[in-house]
Design a binder for this molecule. Structure first.
Ligand SMILES: [Zn+2]
Length: 581
């Protein structure tokens, strides 16, 4: 088991660690490399101008985040080609699954960059150029590997002229045209070879040598060697699948079904998750990731200790199947909670329809773990992630639950991400995101924005007004956009544009979307009319912010359209995020 991810920079501890491990592989697998060459890897990612190539690093990691292989790719955007600087696995064997998967990932990237081809060096398999039979055999194995994936040496040139006369194993220049039906004309080939030799080997190749090699490219178009190892078609197409690290990482609460309230037409039901999953599974957009467990401290960072203790204890003390609905509320003497745990529920709850039961704590805790798993992926460089969880969380405030919500997963994730940069939360549930507003009301490093049914007619009734703008240092960092009971799509879209404009001005490092789908037509808890195609447009608008984005599932209760709407929103988000890449 391994996954491939792109490392954009060394800005986070996880990325630094991945780069360190890639450098360790370089040291073992390429003992001839100078220390300086190895040490410059982070610089190369950060500073493309200095090295005159854009560097792209892919690592293959096992579930314990050990780097099992990596590929370092250079992209030249003017001449439209890519150069594969290194590709290596920890064990040095390319034929195994990791080497092949990395190479295919590189091909996908090169194709998506609209490059004419991928170039790289490979040691020769001819007895004249490689005298030691053992070394020659290894070289042949590598060339066979590349030939199978579509790459072969360029022939009829002096590229393999050794710098020192008589030196053994001068490399071939190998080219992979990515299965495209194109030929490379002589002038383009010459420009590409010059760029490679001057930029990559300028410090070892004298100018005269470079001129000689460039001029030796006489074939027009450039010719590749006839296949030597693999029979059949010489063109190997790039897989059409979406590369793994460009998919949306999907973490599903695998323990949500234990929280099943079967009374009073309780619409927040387990079938909601299945309805969404069955739609998502029909696409290639998603990559399932298993949830990890995180410390309860992460919850206590945004929720009051007393509330967490109470919630945990009251749930553990309930009989299986027993539900407790809060029914008395401390309008007076709020500081003196009643002794009976069940009666005390009203002390921590904002309504009478969010019951406590034996599994509520466990399910809510797991929803937080799932959301934190996606947040961690985002910190590690994942661009898009979706936590498909229930119970929802956005109505849970620092010291209260309600609206089917117990722990505010979005807020816990925002708090976690705020350790790495500023966070914007966009709540597009039909109901006001009072939880995040309450928790971050006095902070300016987490911007909270919510578009919702106006509180005079919509839950939670006592918050979500336009005038609530944050306080203290957080003043100006909470934005409510309440809309009337009958808001048409034009009005809605205008609100979304306003929200996105505010987020853009804030320039956050990360975006969290509290995704409620109860804005849909016919939703039993909302009054608006959004259709699948509207959700797709909304997703695209949000995706085009091009921010690392974590989507967390909140409300949405009409299970006949819930999945379809979720799929449309996420497809739109993905399209917006990647459309012009
Ligand atoms: Zn809602």
């Amino acid at each position: 088991m391994f996954r491939i991810r792109r490392v954009y920079d060394d800005a986070t501890p996880a990325n630094k660690e991945a780069i360190d491990q890639a450098q360790a592989i370089l040291r073992t697998q390429f003992p001839g490399l100078s220390r300086r060459d190895i040490a410059k890897l982070p610089q190369q990612l950060r500073n493309p101008l200095k090295y005159r190539f854009r560097s792209i690093l892919f690592v293959a990691e096992d579930p314990r985040e050990r780097v099992k292989g990596f590929a370092l790719l250079f992209h030249e955007p003017v001449l439209h080609f890519c150069y594969l600087d290194y590709i290596s696995t920890a064990g040095g064997r390319m034929g195994r699954g990791i080497g092949g998967a990395l190479y295919e990932r590189v091909r996908e990237e090169v194709l998506s960059l609209n490059a004419v081809g991928l170039f790289f060096e490979c040691l020769p398999d001819s007895p004249k150029l490689s005298r030691d039979p053992l070394v020659r055999k290894q070289n042949a194995a590598r060339l066979r590997f590349y030939e199978r994936h579509g790459a072969r040496p360029i022939v009829n040139t002096a590229y393999e002229t050794p710098l020192r006369e008589g030196a053994d194993n001068p490399p071939y220049l190998v080219c992979d045209l990515l299965g495209q039906d194109i030929e490379l004309d002589r002038d383009s080939a010459r420009a590409i070879v010059r760029a490679i030799l001057e930029r990559k080997y300028g410090n070892v190749c004298p100018p005269g040598y470079i001129d000689m090699v460039v001029e030796s490219f006489k074939d027009d178009p450039m010719q590749l060697r006839k296949p030597r190892y693999v029979r059949g078609s010489t063109r190997v197409p790039v897989r059409t699948l979406i590369p793994v690290d460009r998919r949306i990482a999907l973490v599903v609460n695998d323990r949500h079904a234990i929280h099943h309230v079967e009374e009073r037409g309780y619409v927040e039901s387990p079938v909601r998750i299945d309805a969404i999953l069955s739609e998502l599974d029909a696409t290639e957009l998603f990559e399932r990731v298993q949830p990890h467990r995180f410390s309860e401290k992460r919850i206590r960072a945004v929720h009051d200790d007393e509330y967490v203790d109470y919630f945990k204890k009251v749930c553990a003390n309930l009989e299986p199947g027993q539900s407790v609905y809060p029914y008395v509320f401390p309008i007076r003497n709020g500081a003196r909670p009643p002794k009976d745990l069940a009666i005390r529920a009203g002390y921590y709850c904002i309504d009478t329809f969010t019951p406590l039961n034996r599994n509520a704590y466990l399910a809510a805790r797991r929803a937080v773990d799932c959301t934190l798993t996606t947040a961690k992926l985002i910190v590690e460089g994942q661009r898009l992630a979706y936590a498909l969880v229930r119970p929802p969380g956005h109505h849970a405030e620092r010291r209260s639950f309600g609206g089917f919500c117990y722990f505010n997963s979005v807020a816990v994730a925002a708090e976690y991400l705020s350790g790495y940069g500023e966070v914007a939360i966009l709540d597009i549930d039909y109901h006001h995101g009072n939880g995040q507003q309450d928790i971050f009301y006095e902070r300016r490093d987490v911007l909270t924005v919510s578009i919702h049914g106006q509180p005079r007619i919509a839950y939670p009734y006592f918050s979500g007004f336009k005038s609530e703008k944050g306080s203290g240092t957080g003043k100006g960092y909470n934005m409510n956009i309440p809309l009337p009971e009958r808001a048409d799509i034009e009005r809605y879209r205008q609100a979304l544009r306003t929200a996105l404009g505010r987020i853009q001005r804030f320039e956050p490092e990360f975006l969290i979307v509290a995704l409620g789908l109860d804005t849909a037509r016919e939703d039993p808890t909302g009054s608006w009319d959004l259709l699948a195609r509207d959700f797709e447009v909304n997703g695209r608008m949000i995706g085009s912010l091009r921010l690392p984005t974590l989507v967390v599932q909140e409300g949405g209760y009409d299970t006949t359209v819930l999945g379809i709407n979720a799929r449309h929103f996420l497809t739109g988000l993905w399209t917006g995020a990647y459309s012009q890449d």
